[in-house]
Design a protein around this ligand. Structure first.
Ligand code: NAD
Ligand code: UDP
Ligand code: UDP
Length: 320
């Protein structure tokens, strides 16, 4: 059963100036909490949280979580980590440090404060999955030395640390395995497929399909993902296992391109590029655990979410 906290809490959101983090900060403020947003602005921006800066219960701290952090809070959401392949592969060593050193520091903080801590993990822990759809008990199929490993293995090691701090120190840890999430405030140039397709289409440029376009992803609108994260943290009972948070409607990349085309109602050209190394061929969450434990499932269909995201990028690209 889900319950709302009766008292306002002091909530730390690392990576709070990023795409998902800024929406989460907003949601937590709306729920009446005090929010401390910590970010080193590697991929996040002050602009993402600009509307929150004047809020009396919002605080922004520039800090890199690979260094220790001493603050006083009641709950911790750890979202700090670049998430798009283009960004996390730019400085792969820093990506692993952020996942691993960052997790150790935040778990140390949670341990000192006896605070629940939630890890933003990822469907990438399943790698290029041999089981489909992916359930939480699937151990994954990850290349440990490939170009995606800094992210995949970093996130896997973070999950290990969360599980061990729980077993060894009795911490209240929660792990959300987030599947591809999209929506307003994605960076136009961060390289993820939804933003790439929309931005290219709006600029009249061709959409780049990598590989044959038959690879699949399951796209979850940001408000649904944030709702899942909040519900997982709000669970009154302990939740030892990871929980998939994603939209189980699966699309090929070619279908996504066709849908962007259809919504925009104008001709869209497509060019082909080689599929990057280790690019997962299929991905789709089994969300039975989220349905059962959190009473959660996504509400926004891809067509609706894309329409909202296109409106956001239209305004952003025209300076509106
Ligand atoms: P994002 O890149 O927009 O946000 C990440 C934020 O973390 C940025 O604001 C960045 O500046 C900050 N950051 C990076 N390294 C840091 C460090 N060392 N110290 C402090 N701040 C740091 O990405 P996002 O899509 O908002 O993803 C947020 C989290 O959710 C990430 O942990 C990501 O792995 C996870 N996730 C996201 C998705 C998705 O589809 N968006 C899917 C799975 C998991
Ligand atoms: N840590 C932190 N903030 C705190 C408490 C700990 O950043 O409020 C960091 C600390 O630097 C340490 C890490 O968390 O390196 C792990 O802490 P833990 O107590 O688990 O281990 P130890 O201090 O024994 O290494
Ligand atoms: N992709 C694509 N064109 C692009 C960007 C990505 O065809 O402009 C493909 C990419 O190869 C992958 C899928 O879209 O198969 C999702 O890529 P994204 O980077 O958004 O996320 P991830 O691979 O991390 O799920």
């Amino acid at each position: 059963m889900r319950t709302e906290p009766s008292q306002p809490l002091r909530v730390l959101v690392t990576g709070g100036a990023g795409f998902l983090g800024s929406h989460l900060c907003e949601r937590l403020l709306e729920a009446g909490h005090d929010v401390l947003c910590v970010d080193n602005f590697y991929t996040g921006t002050r602009a993402n949280v600009a509307p929150l800066l004047a809020h009396p219960r919002f605080e922004l701290l520039r800090h890199d979580i690979t260094f220790p952090l001493y603050v006083e809070v009641d709950r911790i959401f750890n979202l700090a980590c670049p998430a798009s392949p283009r960004h996390y592969q730019l400085d792969p060593v820093q990506t692993t440090k952020t996942s691993v050193h960052g997790a150790i520091n935040l778990l140390g903080l949670a341990k000192r404060l006896h605070a629940p801590i939630l890890q933003a993990s990822t469907s990438e822990v399943y790698g290029d999955p041999a089981q489909h759809p992916q359930t939480e008990d699937y151990w994954g199929h990850v290349n440990p030395i490939g170009p995606r490993a800094c992210y995949d293995e970093g996130k896997r090691c973070a999950e290990t640390l969360f599980a061990d701090y729980r077993r060894q120190h009795g911490l209240d840890t929660r792990i959300a395995r987030i599947f591809n999430t999209y929506g307003p405030r994605m960076q136009p140039a961060d390289g993820r497929v939804v933003s790439n397709f929309i931005v290219a289409a709006l600029r009249g440029e061709p959409l780049t399909i990598q590989g044959d376009g038959w690879q699949t992803r399951a796209f979850c609108f940001v408000s649904d993902t944030v709702d899942g994260l909040v519900r997982l943290m709000d669970l009154p009972d302990s939740c030892p296992g990871p929980v998939n948070i994603g939209n189980p409607a699966e699309f090929t990349v070619a279908e996504l391109a066709a849908l962007v085309h259809e919504i925009l109602g104008r001709p869209v050209r497509v060019v082909r590029q080689t599929l990057p190394a280790d690019d997962p061929k299929q991905r789709c969450p089994d969300i039975a655990a989220a349905r059962g434990k959190l009473g959660w499932e996504p509400k926004i269909e891809l067509r609706d979410g894309l329409t909202r995201t296109i409106s956001y990028f239209k305004a952003r690209l025209t300076g509106g």
